[in-house]
Design a protein around this ligand. Structure first.
Ligand SMILES: Nc1ncnc2c1ncn2[C@@H]1O[C@H](COP(=O)(O)OP(=O)(O)O)[C@@H](O)[C@H]1O
Ligand SMILES: [Mg+2]
Length: 473
């Protein structure tokens, strides 16, 4: 029995190496990586970090990874360097669909029915879109595979965990979860607001996962990341000959999202002309490809997100008011991490454990200083920043407990942001200590100024000043 389910993947793959994209032919794929044949190795070396473009279940995915090739062979493998969540949504969903269509359990090879959740012979779960399952399987080491027996703890793990890694226990996040549940079953557009890294995309995926479209594609496009001139073609596609270089018809993201959800990230960056086109699409779900005349229909739910103040953009004439009102009917506002009470420390512990396991390190927790810093830092990059800081700390530390010094946080920002709260304010701390000692000396000496002066090691006039300052007379 194998614990790294693998299925054939005879598709075209694009690999981005040092000098651009190369074409390759896939062989097979697993949660760990993809094997392929690459005939011209112009610019790719063993162990290079690469990007992969794969078409999976009709949608294009870009995954990061590291390439390993044998000298003199035209075969290579890229091991994915992506979060379990990403893998479950791409490779996991492909594995699941393959297992269902070919009717064989990928672990023990016995035959299984197409709609089954668990193999009736080996009892392993078969829904690889589950993040908990993917994450447990990706943590299994080669040694575990050789024993051929399913480790009990992993099976326990697989069954207990929540489906989506979306953490939140403070009131404002509970409200967010509640809205996700309420909005998900409808087909209306949703607008997600929040600073960068607060989980806008995660929220959009959570809505998709809970909607009747969950078996359909989730297609994301970041309006800020694509040059304005290309955005219309990216979104709506183009016809052959629409412009120089358009040698073939290309399907846009809207069409790719047919039957599923389109996530328009940074919607505030959408140029005015495209805002009009999007509005028209939202009205009747039809549009034209660039250079086309025929109206095309796509059954798509739109979820938009922005970290901008859209209302202000409307006032400045940069965002269409009608589109704004159309989008904002169902809104979710994600609070910044610094306003989520204990969630920051809950998440920190969760990610610490997760990354320690991933790195095979035994880290037991945070020192008090580190916890205090985590609680009080302003986290301008929100959850994304927390994840990155912890990942780095886990990689670099040799200690059992992560200390404040292991957290790569911009000290400048800490002092500025936190000074207001008095946590790192030396002057305030010294004054407090001064007051305590003066009061103690006052009590012990019964207010005798000479004795206080010698006890505190200061002059009599200073004692008078201090007594006045702290209201002792
Ligand atoms: N509440 C949360 N629980 C767990 N992980 C989270 C949470 N919020 C965000 N993340 C993670 O933080 C990272 C950034 O989230 P993302 O949705 O991309 O943010 P945004 O789109 O707002 O910039 C992702 O890796 C995401 O999985
Ligand atoms: Mg984002």
């Amino acid at each position: 029995m194998r614990l790294a389910p693998r299925v054939p993947f005879k598709e075209e793959i694009h690999v981005k190496c040092r000098n651009g994209w190369l074409k390759a032919l896939g062989e097979d794929i697993s949660l760990f990586g993809v094997k392929f044949r690459l005939d011209n190795w112009e610019s790719c070396e063993d162990k290079d970090w690469v990007k992969l473009k794969l078409r999976i279940n009709n949608r294009e995915n870009v995954l990061n990874g590291r390439i390993y090739r044998k000298e003199g062979s035209n075969r290579a493998v890229v091991l994915f360097n992506e979060e379990d969540m990403m893998i479950s949504q791409t490779i996991g969903s492909f594995l699941t669909s393959q297992v269902r269509s070919n009717g064989r359990c990928p672990y023990c090879k016995s035959s299984v029915a197409s709609d089954i959740q668990e193999c009736p012979s080996c009892h392993m779960p078969l829904d690889f879109t589950r993040v908990d399952l993917v994450s447990a399987l990706r943590r299994i080491k080669v040694g575990d595979l050789i024993t051929g027996k399913l480790p009990e703890e992993i099976k326990g793990k697989v069954c207990q965990e929540e489906k989506v890694e979306f953490i939140g226990s403070c009131d404002s996040m509970k409200k967010v979860f509640d809205l996700i549940r309420k909005y998900a079953p409808t087909d209306y557009p949703v607008l997600i607001l929040g600073e960068t890294g607060t989980g806008k995309e995660l929220t959009a995926r959570a809505i998709h996962e809970r909607s009747h479209r969950k078996k359909g594609p989730f297609v994301a496009i970041n309006c800020a990341a694509i040059p304005k001139e290309l955005l219309e073609a990216e979104l709506f596609g183009y016809e052959k000959g629409a412009f120089t270089g358009a040698e073939r018809r290309k399907v846009g993201k809207v069409e790719l999202a047919d039957g599923g959800t389109l996530f328009l990230d940074e919607v505030g960056e959408l140029p005015m002309e495209l805002q009009a086109k999007l509005l028209r699409f939202l009205e009747d779900l039809s549009f034209e490809r660039v250079g086309g005349t025929k109206g095309i229909k796509a059954d798509v739910r739109v979820i938009a997100a922005t970290n901008k103040n859209l209302k202000e953009l409307v006032e400045q004439g940069l965002f269409r008011e009608d589109l704004y009102y159309r989008l904002k009917v169902l809104t979710i506002s994600l609070p910044p991490l610094r306003d989520r009470e204990d969630d920051v420390i809950i998440m920190a512990k969760y990610f610490l454990e997760k990354f320690s396991k991933e790195q095979g390190k035994e880290i037991l927790g945070f020192t008090d200083d580190a916890s205090e810093l985590i609680r009080n830092y302003s986290w301008p990059g929100n959850v994304r920043e927390l994840i990155n800081v912890l990942r780095k700390a886990v990689v670099l530390t040799d200690k059992k407990y992560i200390d404040a010094g292991d957290l790569d946080i911009d000290a400048d920002k800490v002092s500025k942001e936190i000074a207001g709260k008095g946590i790192f304010n030396l002057k305030e701390h010294i004054e407090k200590l001064e007051q305590e000692l003066v009061e103690k000396a006052y009590r012990i000496t019964g207010g005798n100024v000479s004795k206080m002066a010698s006890m505190l090691g200061v002059s009599r006039p200073t004692v008078y000043k201090l007594m006045e300052k702290y209201g002792l007379s």
